[in-house]
Design a protein around this ligand. Sequence first.
Ligand SMILES: Nc1ncnc2c1ncn2[C@@H]1O[C@H](COP(=O)(O)OP(=O)(O)OP(=O)(O)O)[C@@H](O)[C@H]1O
Ligand SMILES: [Mg+2]
Length: 812
Amino acid sequence: MDAIWPELDVETAAGRLDRAVYSLRQLFEPGRSRLAASPLLLTEREVLVLADQSQVWIDADVFERLLNQARNTDDPGEKKRLLEEASTLYGGDFLPEERKIEFTIVRREFLQRNWIGLLLELADLRAVHNLNTAIDPLDRILAIDPTNEAAVQRLIKLLAQLERRGEALRVYKRLAAILQQEYHIAPLPETRALYDAVRLGVQERKRDTAVPAYRDSGAAAGQDDYKDAAPALLIGRTHQSPLVGRDQELSLLQGLLLATEHATKFKLPSQKKVPALPLDTRRSPQSVLLMGEVGIGKTRLAEEMAREARRRGWAVAWSRVYPQEVSIPYRLWAEVLRKAMNQVTWQRQEVSKRPLIYQPLTALLPELDSLLTQVALPSSQSPEQEQLRLWEAACELLMVISEGSPLLIVLDDVQWADRSSCELFAYLARRMYSLPMVIIGTCRENELGSSHPLRLLLTDLQREHAVETVQLQPLSDEQIGAIVSHVPYLTEPAVQYIQTRAAGNPFFAEELARTVGTSSTGGSSITPNHLSDIIPVLPDTIAAALNLRLSRLSSACQRLLSKAAVLGSSFEFHLISAMEANTPGSNEDTVLDLLEEAMQSGMLTEEGTGTRITYQFWHPLLVTHLYENISAARRASFHRRAAEILRQEYQGREEEGAATITHHFVTGGASSQQIAHYAELAGNRAYTLSAYPDAERYYHLAVEHLERSARPSADANMDEQAHVASLLEFLGECTRLQGKYEEARHIYEQALEMCEQQRSLPSPAVAQQEAQMQAMLWCEVGFTWYDVGNNVQALQCYQHGERVLQDAHITE
Ligand SMILES: Nc1ncnc2c1ncn2[C@@H]1O[C@H](COP(=O)(O)OP(=O)(O)OP(=O)(O)O)[C@@H](O)[C@H]1O
Ligand SMILES: [Mg+2]
């Protein structure tokens, strides 16, 4: 009692203990009538005993036992096996909800140190056989502790050995940046030496030199300064000016975090059931949408909240949407789920235990496949049920992950999200009540047209108290003044000018201030008149400010940023390196320097740890601006190049990248053959994910381009027509599933027409196949009549189909 309730007197503590014991017994054996006789929790004089150890299995104990066995064996194969097994048992902080009790703190830290040591050792053992597989354990360490130098050193060596030199250098630079920003210190001399060796091209030959393998549970290399909470700075853009105003909004969001913590704190996983009724007016929403105009500070507010959440021990899964990704089904959620899975240490075996639940998610996250055992799948269900199974699986996965630590999900620029992602958002917003999870979305309200899927969902969600919206108003002139006050040499008139022009918009204010503050005319001499010479009126004012800022970058850096803008608002190092590969004189080092220049100038910012680092443009407006300023011809060639690079990247799993590749091929004006091929793959993927509107769009595109690229030779035409007919059939189905029955009927009829044209085929086997296809199409046409209540027409179609089968001697 002293350990758990040191502040209580004996009597009160004893009362609490009695109640706790009673609840535990109820939980252990809900069916038992005489709980005091429970054999699972025994009272022996003054001591409470969890009885009969053969019936009790505690993951933390087994984890430690496996680790000890691993330490005591000299057989590397056995050691690896034991460590692999132990690594699956560590599902996150030990008793995460008990932050204050001494003995849980001590054990939590001990287990975590051991887990990090285990991952380091596992990385070493895996590297002996396969360097690639050694990366994941290191990425997992860096996700929770980005300054772990032992992991960084190993990663640098591994990447260098794998000839991913640029990434090795990036890993070091990211470490150096975080250490500098967070602690004002430099990396260790050994880490620096490794970096220098890689930079100068000194080949790493001997594997196990500089970095000692982890040996002792209490002294994991580089772990002496292990911190409980991950550094807050890893969230959002770096080098920001201090936040000004927004007190009310902040306190509302903070209240939401607190309320969620409170509501979910003392619940055991088994009690965290989602409510059966979607409409529950007593609850307060755990999803908030920050609405407002371009640049008003929505993302910034979400960043502030994410940092606050991080400080409180929450995990944060941040996802951005870009306008060019509107038609990639569930892209938003694939990113959220991946980030959550990678950042949080969670019970992976939960997924293995329930393959039927999680199987639908493998279409979206193929990496889950390795966790699932093969099971017989239920016979195919209706499209609505398929979709529901996918949503349920996503919800379950988030539940399991959030048991490790509460989870804040940020959906940035949700106005560009695809329809399926919006629907899943609505589903989750309705189901997450009482789960340790909060969703914050940012949304440019004026881009939500009246038919936007989110607009349609939002009214219902608000009525059901599932989502709250917060309108961000323009800042006051004083607040704008405070934002630009950190820019040196701004004169009073210049500040007034900015206040007038920015009209309460912090993005505009910052852009104007950057231009003015570093103007070559000398900040102190700037007056409103000088400014007007440089920058005319809004919104051209902002465009001019951006141009001026860009013009101060080296021309190589400007070119790199243009290419990056074609890739979207976010990109990875290897992609931009590949884009640059055919630029004369360019190599990984020059690309790194250019990225550094872009980051220094505030055009780019970076995110992530280990091998999972991505670059983002500081603001979506920068991308739009850069993109619009590329000449049409160059833009097209950049897009085609991006498509080619992605084709290489997705080799062997083409469907996964097909939507993005299609986007680049279409915008780049590639050949119809190429477009048709990838559009079909993108359609198939959307179809698998039950994202029928997207599948419809891609199949349309595929048919259109297949017809355009049809070859003149008669034989080839037959094959192509059969191909188009089968695509039309899919297209018809996707159209019909959305309730567009008449349109679907026309599509099926078109497919039938194509089949008719192939009547004269010589081989009987092929003729029979054709007949089956036609019969099926007649059946589909029948369904479209049935759907609108015309049973007579429907029957005629079914009968027609049967006749086709009889004529081909398939049925009697
Ligand atoms: N209250 C504030 N105090 C200080 N700086 C701010 C504030 N609000 C926004 N900013 C800064 O203004 C810039 C634009 O803000 P932000 O990117 O959050 O806009 P946004 O509303 O998300 O725009 P968009 O709709 O284009 O995504 C950022 O650099 C941000 O740091
Ligand atoms: Mg934003």
